[in-house]
Every structure is written in structure tokens, then in C-alpha cells.
Design a protein around this ligand. Sequence first.
Ligand SMILES: [Mn+2]
Length: 271
Amino acid sequence: MLRFVLADLHLGERPNDVERFRRVTDEALSRAVAELVLLGDVFRTLVGFPHFWDETVRTGLDELCRLRRSGVRVIFVEGNRDFFLDEPALDEFRDAATACHSFSAGGRRFLLEHGDLVNVRDWRYRVWRRLAKSGAARLWARLLPGSLARRVVSGTERRLARTNFDYRTRIPEERLARTAEVHFAAGVHVVLWGHFHRPWWHTEGQRLAAVVPAFGEYGVMICVNGESGDLTVGEAAGAHFVDTPLHSWYLERDGTEAARNHHGSHDSSSG
Ligand SMILES: [Mn+2]
């Protein structure tokens, strides 16, 4: 069995990004993928109530519905742009919504989480997050009239951009490495995070922790072979998808990303 893992799609942020995502869902269907894991931040914002959804969100969700009808499991791992994903309105678009997804493949234990809580020193973000995802916020979101709801979404996007919690600042490498080692010590072999957008990885013997590159920027996904547990990077090349072993794909891009991202082509977004 095969799994696709995509992170930080931010659909709606770039022209034709939903089309690009449709190529992935087509590929998932043609390769009989068993599970699609969305590692957080699928849209600019996703709230679990339909009156918050715009055209992009509805179109993207329809793609997930199409996958599920063909037997693909769809897993939402909650990101910092995701709110109340366990609401019944999303039932037809996902099989599970979770803060942390895990599975075994090829005898290796995998753990997948968005990663926005790795940088525990960012207390401002943690306070904001607790408020925004509280029971009171959920009730308020449920009762809010539609037109206002969609305006609140854009306000939320601006607020996210203002927090000092920003992937464009450097990746908290020591934090990630330490968090990875805690997971390794608990028996996890492979840790996958989203959120940080840039390819970064850390190994300890056969154990691996890696940031899945943002689909929005890199147009790639990670494919996990269920029999071998091997990881490849899947990339659309012309009409086809090309699979590259994770190690070689990451090695090729190590170190060049900082310069590229310095020019910040998308100032209105964060994390
Ligand atoms: Mn994020």
C-alpha cells in the first residue's frame, strides 16, 4: 500500500494551486493510494463550519470527497491555520482529524504532526492558539453569520501574519532535533513535520526526522511505501510524477533554500 503526505498547501494563496492539487489527487487515484495525509494548513484557513468556506475551500474539499468515494482514506493533521476540523460538516471530506497521526510501514513506526508546537518558547503564539481553538471560540464560530464569518477569516489570516511565529524566520533546528530525539527514544523511527516549509532533516542511525516541504512552494509530496517503509519525494514533472529517494532529493536542496526564500515572494502569509 502507498501513502501520500502533503504539507502546507495553502490552497487559494497562489494562482492555479487547486489545479496543481488536482494533479496529485489524479495521481493518487491512478496509483491506488490507500491514504492521503494532509499535514496541516491545506487552505489559507480552514474552519469546520461551512459558512466560513469560500469557492477555493469548496473546490478543494470536493477533491477530497472524490478520493474518499474511490476508497482513499483522507487524514487531516491539524495545522495552525485549521480550526475545529472534527466538526460533522467535514465528515464527508475526511476519515479522521487529529493532532498527531501514526502508522507502521515496513516495520518502522511513523509519527506525523504539524510542528507548530515544537517551538515552545513562542509564548505569544501559544496563548493566541489556546484562545483561537477554545470551546468559546468554537461556539462563537458556529453562531457567526456567514458574511461576517468570511470577513473574520481574512482578519485571522492577517493576525497569523502578525504573530512572531513565522516560518520565514529560521527553522528552530535545535528544537526540532531535540523533539525528534524524544520521539526516537519512545520508539518512533520516522518523524514527519510540516509547518516550516523548507526541506530540513535530521538522522540518528536509521531514524529520520524531516520537514515535508510546503506543497504550495515546492509542489512536492512525500510517498511512503507501506511494504518497505521507504520514503520518496514525488514531484510533478511535465505530465508525469517523478519519485526521487528522499535522501537524494533533500541533499540536493540543502543550503540553497535560505537564499531563495530571502526574497519572500509571499509577504502576506505565515506558517
Ligand atoms: Mn503551519
